[in-house]
Design a protein around this ligand. Structure first.
Ligand code: NDP
Length: 261
């Protein structure tokens, strides 16, 4: 199935984890894909692999932070120059912050709100004209924490709720030209969990055992963490023409971790 044949997709934070899995899936489904991330060396290595697998003409990689509006404008200019259009923007770049109210400083709060909100605002603004022209879509990667806050991730949870609110407004303001949806993740096995597994106290503990205990501790009904490819599948669906009547919606990809109806 090639639902993205002839289309152009942009994925922020495309050099790792969920972003990279999304880039791969969209390429496999026919899209030309532009990706950005801050660390140039990793991005270039990833881009070289993708170009070898899917053809260099279909991949554009640019080292840029979503927090830099000029860099996002230049990224959009590069996409316009190379591909001439943009049908899908996946706002995926970012990371969570583990801290309680007691140990979160004002600077931490500001940094977290800046990351969560401006990682949506800057790319959306930069690619908006192209998205309108192609009657395209934005898919944001957000977390269940937006609705189910965790005290040990207090500022991330709060900022993520703000992001959902922003996306709802965007979905109305940008309609009918551009659809705006999000996925709400539970725990997905990517860089951050791999780092915690590598640093586990009991180094003799197997991967299966460690991840199984984590899923049990978190109470995930499906009994395991999600894989980046499973998040990518939901993103690709929401961004595709198959979701043409869906906007302002959120799709949970959490193995049933959500406690609300
Ligand atoms: P990874 O750490 O594997 O990937 C994050 C990607 O984002 C990297 O490519 C990173 O590259 C890039 N990135 C980070 N900050 C910026 C920035 N300012 N500008 C541009 N690129 C940036 O993480 P995941 O795949 O797990 O996470 C993807 C998204 O999903 C994140 O927004 C995360 O918060 C969210 N999420 C993940 C969950 C999980 O369980 N994995 C749960 C809930 C939400 P570089 O560092 O080079 O910039």
């Amino acid at each position: 199935m090639m639902p993205y044949q002839g289309q152009v997709a942009v994925v922020t934070g495309g050099s790792s984890g969920i972003g990279l899995a999304t880039v791969r899936l969209l390429l496999a489904q026919g899209a030309q894909v532009a990706l950005c991330a801050r660390e140039a060396a990793r991005l270039e290595a990833v881009a070289a692999d993708l170009s070898a697998e899917f053809g260099g003409g279909r991949v554009l990689a640019r080292a840029a932070s979503v927090l830099d509006p000029d860099a996002m404008a230049a990224f959009a200019g590069a996409v316009q120059a190379r591909f001439g259009r943009c049908d899908l923007l996946v706002n995926n770049a970012g990371q969570g912050r583990v801290s309680t109210f007691a140990d979160t400083s004002d600077a931490d709060w500001r940094a977290e709100y800046e990351l969560k909100l401006f990682s949506q605002i800057h790319p959306a603004r930069a690619f908006l004209a192209m998205l309108r022209d192609s009657r395209g879509a934005i898919v944001a990667v957000n977390s269940l924490l937006a609705y189910q806050p965790e005290p040990h991730m207090v500022c991330t949870s709060s900022a993520r709720a703000g992001v959902q609110n922003l996306l709802k407004s965007l979905s109305v303001e940008l309609a009918p030209e551009v659809r705006v949806n999000s996925i709400l993740l539970g725990l997905v096995n990517s860089g951050q969990w791999e780092r915690r597994f590598a640093a586990r106290e009991d180094q003799a503990r197997s991967r299966e055992d460690w991840y199984g205990a984590l899923a049990q501790k978190k109470g995930i009904p499906l009994g395991r963490l999600g894989q980046p490819e499973e998040a990518a599948a939901a993103i690709a669906f929401l961004g595709s023409r198959a979701a043409s009547y869906i906007t302002g919606a959120q799709l949970e990809v959490s193995g049933g971790l959500s406690r609300h109806i």
